[in-house]
Design a protein around this ligand. Structure first.
Ligand SMILES: [Zn+2]
Length: 187
């Protein structure tokens, strides 16, 4: 399977465990450094570069720089399918999990899908929709991409779930076990 793997990062840094995992699994990758304030820019940069430069490759895998990969996640590089992803706690309160959802932080899209999406809906592929005066966001950029994929007749499959560096509230339960809670996740 011919796959381009692009790490997306706001600042050029990548979690060391992720690079080690990729190297141990023989996966070559390049980094797309987006705007300091936006992963969205890095996602779009990776797709634009893939469509323009990597014409021999059939798939593009996108990896946020702060994802902790596991054995099951290797499916992203071995399984068939136009749109695969790994679930994780993410920017929305509920995160992204299950078939039919999508997380941009750990996903793989086929060239076929990206080209069809580009034809049906003007890029950007990832975008954070907001109201006309920019005071309110409607959903996240993963959801925007999903809408485009649905227009192209493709739904997503979740390969497994992965770890993601997110801010959590750490505590103890009554028996002294550590607990972790993502602020807002219980809303
Ligand atoms: Zn999202």
């Amino acid at each position: 399977m011919k796959i381009t793997t692009a790490i997306t990062t706001k600042d050029g840094n990548v979690y060391w465990g992720q690079e080690l995992w990729l190297q141990q699994h023989g996966i070559k990758y390049h980094k797309n450094v987006g705007s300091k304030h936006s992963c969205t820019v890095a996602y779009n940069m990776a797709i634009e570069r893939f469509l323009r430069e990597d014409k021999d490759n059939e798939y593009l895998a996108l990896l946020n720089n702060d994802v902790g990969l596991n054995d099951a996640a290797f499916g992203l590089w071995t399984l068939g399918g136009d749109l695969l992803y790994c679930g994780a706690p993410a920017e929305t309160a509920q995160g992204h999990f299950g078939d039919g959802d999508l997380w941009a932080g750990c996903m793989r899209a086929s060239r076929r899908l990206l080209e069809r999406m580009s034809a049906l809906r003007q890029p950007p592929w990832f975008h954070r929709p907001m109201n006309p005066i920019g005071t309110e966001l409607f959903g996240c950029d993963c959801q925007y991409f999903m809408e485009g994929a649905r227009q192209a007749g493709i739904t997503s499959k979740m390969v497994t779930s992965v770890e993601h560096w997110v801010r959590v509230l750490a505590g103890y339960d009554k028996s002294g076990r550590r607990t972790y809670r993502q602020p807002g996740a219980d809303k």
